[in-house]
Design a protein around this ligand. Structure first.
Ligand SMILES: [Mn+2]
Length: 329
């Protein structure tokens, strides 16, 4: 049973005058920009939901810059409201939500080391019973996340995957670790159940047939952008719920699933995507599933001069936060 007073005290801070205050209540251009100005906490025993930055983009196959994503998404997240005005979900009243910092890399030039480092951080998060919300970084980071979470839950995970690309491609430039391969690696290792995986918004990528065929041949439910358009967001949400059932489910949102008019600042944009409003409504309709974590990846600030991609990324991350918070009474 969650103690409401404990939760509200969790968010309080003290300024240099010794005054007690909540940073989230201050004017929105002030305070140090942790995610939504939630407290930065490194003791996982004190945390229910942990927002973690993963500033790595060594898996990108095209335009660079997603390593800067976590910092800029945190900055734009100051524009978010603490209450979801549509669903009335109040994540900061339901749970102790903290910004638990970034994954530290022992050698950012070694893909193997990066994979091991992310897995190590997520092992600690999973062992502490904290629900993780990751901010990328390129999409390659999701593979080590799934390794840690599948180990924790001791079963292949269901996945809701929103993206322009299937990310089930084979080796690229001689490497199996890249942002187009996480769900192929996860399938091959039995970390995810492909028959409980739904891929939403698919429409592009290099060597398209390879990824599409891999996903379909392994039983993933692939919803192309054409089918999304024909069905509409509500039926797509219903189909996603049917596919994942009551299994432990991980939600991963690649910002390039959105149309580039909403998310130009990303490495591999594909025209003709999901609108921001469709994404918000679909995510809100995915409430009540057995979520064990989520991420929002591929925001690339150097390609995002207006800050719009980071703001929409922060908005998507907030919607995922609300879904995770529903796990707490
Ligand atoms: Mn992706």
């Amino acid at each position: 049973m969650i103690d409401r007073e404990d939760i509200s005290n969790f968010y309080r801070a003290r300024n240099i005058l010794g005054e007690d205050y909540n940073p989230m209540d201050m004017v929105r251009f002030s305070e140090v920009p942790t995610f939504m100005r939630a407290p930065q906490v490194h003791n996982l025993d004190e945390v229910d939901i942990g927002i973690i930055g993963i500033p790595y983009d060594g898996g990108l196959t095209c335009r660079a810059g997603a390593r800067h994503g976590p910092r800029e998404v945190r900055n734009e997240s100051t524009m978010m409201r603490a209450i979801n005005v549509v669903t009335d979900v109040r994540p900061f009243e339901r749970a102790r939500v903290a910004d638990i910092g970034d994954v530290h890399f022992s050698n950012m030039f070694s893909q193997e080391d990066v994979v091991a480092d992310i897995e190590k951080y997520y092992d600690a998060i999973a062992d502490a019973g904290v629900l993780p919300l990751g901010i990328g970084g390129d999409h390659s980071v999701t593979y080590p996340i799934l390794r840690a979470l599948a180990r924790k839950h001791q079963q292949p995970l269901a996945v809701i995957h929103v993206d322009a690309h299937t990310d089930t491609w084979a080796e690229y430039q001689g490497s199996k670790f890249h942002h187009g391969s996480p769900f192929r690696l996860a399938t091959e290792e039995g970390l995810v159940d492909p028959t409980k995986t739904v891929q939403i918004g698919i429409r592009g990528g290099q060597n398209v047939a390879d990824g599409l065929n891999y996903s379909r041949d392994n039983g993933m439910r692939l919803i192309t952008i054409e089918e999304f358009d024909d069905l509409g967001w509500k039926a797509v949400a219903e189909e996603a719920r049917r596919v994942v059932g009551d299994q432990p489910v991980y939600l991963t949102f690649d910002i390039d699933g959105l149309d580039p008019v909403y998310a130009p600042g990303t490495g591999t944009p594909e025209a003709g995507g999901i609108t921001m409003r469709e994404a918000q409504r679909m995510l809100r309709d995915l409430a009540g599933l057995n979520y064990i974590g989520g991420d929002m990846v591929e925001v690339s600030p150097p390609l995002d001069p207006s800050g719009m991609t980071a703001m929409n990324g922060a908005t998507i991350a907030f919607e995922i936060l609300c879904l995770l918070a529903l796990r707490f009474a």
